[in-house]
Design a protein around this ligand. Structure first.
Ligand code: DOR
Ligand code: ZN
Length: 430
């Protein structure tokens, strides 16, 4: 089957493309890119006024299956991903049971194959049960398709254990993705330690609780040579450490979330909004500025959501009792378009690097380029579409977004995975 995508503004910095042209697909691949293309037989879509990019990848997503299907499952989470413009997500292993062996990896892959609306890249745990004590079956998980390793949701507390994790992962050329959190400093911390914790009268989660593990893991990256990816970085000093590690030539990358970029501790007012309880916590305005600088100068490699769905009854509790996390798949692209691209702070090309090119490279996935021969994983968005974030509009089972009520500009309209539409005119293709 041939599909002709007509008249979109096609943006792909990998091939130096940013112009209005046509893209012809056949059998799941791009076969031609050019002007005034014609085909003998097939379907045509007119994308005048829209932007077409390599398919977006969110490399930090909690799909919650197996074990927490009341919050989200692979079907609903991947629908949310497609609705938000993503062609692939990397699923975190903090499920129940934890994805710490080959059977778990196979389960998530098989389920995604059956019910997924996007590709699901599986990450395995570093340690059994995320307990930080015994190595998970990393080799076996690699053999069964795990693409990365992380104990996300927790930091690996013991430096010697983290060293072994990294030595092991590097043998398989797999990246270790680090959730940096020193429990001895973070303890019962609820919000950023400082003005916010004092004002709200809650235990603080200090910047140092994150920065000490970033520093340690960079040192272990130097020691082992293992590729290291710092997850959801939030502090100015954290960004500076990654910048220095890159300058030294270490294989270190990092990611940031829209909520740490566009919200701060000042947004947590005396209504104690539990949707803003996230881990790591929202930091100060100057931290958020440093994150924006890290994006601008290339220190930060990826924008991810850390999509962390929870039920209403879990979040509708006192702040201290509510779980950490907010959803993000269905607002991420629009938030970036509204706050960074429309304001002139970021080009479409840089956005494509952060949300498509770099995540694939970090996870060692086959690149997607807008050129003949490439897999047809593509995202199309309408940069002018304005909309208001409403809970009722989500495909996710959960509603714990910190952006409800926000007016956004720019929204995904069409998503193609291997040439097949998963989103058409903003609606999920059943
Ligand atoms: O806020 C968060 N929620 N941060 C994490 O690291 C884990 C996640 C979750 O699993 O809910
Ligand atoms: Zn995390």
């Amino acid at each position: 089957m041939a599909l002709m995508l007509k008249n979109a503004r096609v943006v792909d910095p990998q091939v130096g493309l940013d112009e209005v042209c046509d893209v012809l697909l056949r059998d799941g691949r791009i076969v031609e890119v050019g002007h005034g293309l014609a085909m003998e037989k097939g379907e045509e879509m007119d994308l005048t006024g829209k932007v077409l990019t390599p398919g977006l990848v969110d490399m930090h997503v909690h799909l919650r299956e197996p074990g927490f299907e009341q919050k989200e499952d692979i079907a609903s989470g991947t629908r949310a991903a497609a609705h938000g413009g993503f062609t692939a997500v990397c699923a975190m292993p903090n499920t129940d049971p934890v994805i710490d062996n080959a059977v778990g990896v196979e389960y998530v892959r098989a389920r995604a194959e059956q019910v997924g609306k996007c590709r699901v890249i599986v990450s395995g745990a570093c340690t059994k049960g995320l307990a930080g004590e015994i190595l998970a079956e990393m080799g076996d998980m690699c053999a069964h398709g795990a693409k990365a390793f992380t104990d996300d949701g927790r930091g690996v507390q013991d430096a010697g254990m983290m060293r072994r994790v990294m030595e092991y992962a590097s043998q398989f050329d797999r990246v270790v993705m680090a959730h940096c959190q020193d429990d001895s400093l973070v303890g019962e911390g609820q919000v950023n330690e400082g003005v916010a914790s004092t004002r709200l009268g809650m235990f603080g989660w200090p910047a140092e609780g994150e920065e000490l593990e970033i520093m340690r893991d960079i040192a272990l990256c130097r020691l082992t040579g293992c590729p290291l990816h710092i997850q959801h970085i939030t502090t100015a000093r954290g960004v500076a450490m990654v910048r220095a590690a890159k300058a030294e030539g270490l294989p270190v990358t990092c990611e940031v979330t829209p909520h740490h970029l566009f919200l701060t501790e000042d947004d947590i007012d005396d209504t104690y909004p539990t949707s803003l309880k996230v881990n790591p916590p929202l930091r100060t305005a100057s931290d958020a500025e440093a994150l924006a600088e890290g994006i601008a100068d290339g220190t930060i490699d990826a924008i991810v959501t850390d999509h962390a769905p929870h039920t209403d009854w879990e979040k509708d509790r006192e702040f201290e009792l509510a779980p950490f996390g907010m959803i993000g798949l269905e607002t991420s692209l629009s938030l970036v378009l509204t706050n960074l691209v429309a304001t002139g702070k970021m080009s479409y090309g840089r956005m494509v690097e952060l949300m498509a090119v770099n995540p694939r490279a970090i996870l060692r996935e086959e690149p997607v380029r807008i050129e003949a021969g490439s897999i047809a994983d593509l995202t199309v968005f309408d940069p002018e579409a304005t909309w208001t974030v409403e809970r009722a509009g989500f495909c996710s089972k959960a509603g714990n977004s910190g952006f409800i009520g926000c007016e956004l500009r720019g929204r995904a309209t069409d998503v193609l995975v291997g040439g097949y539409a998963t989103l058409r005119d903003g609606k999920i293709v059943e």
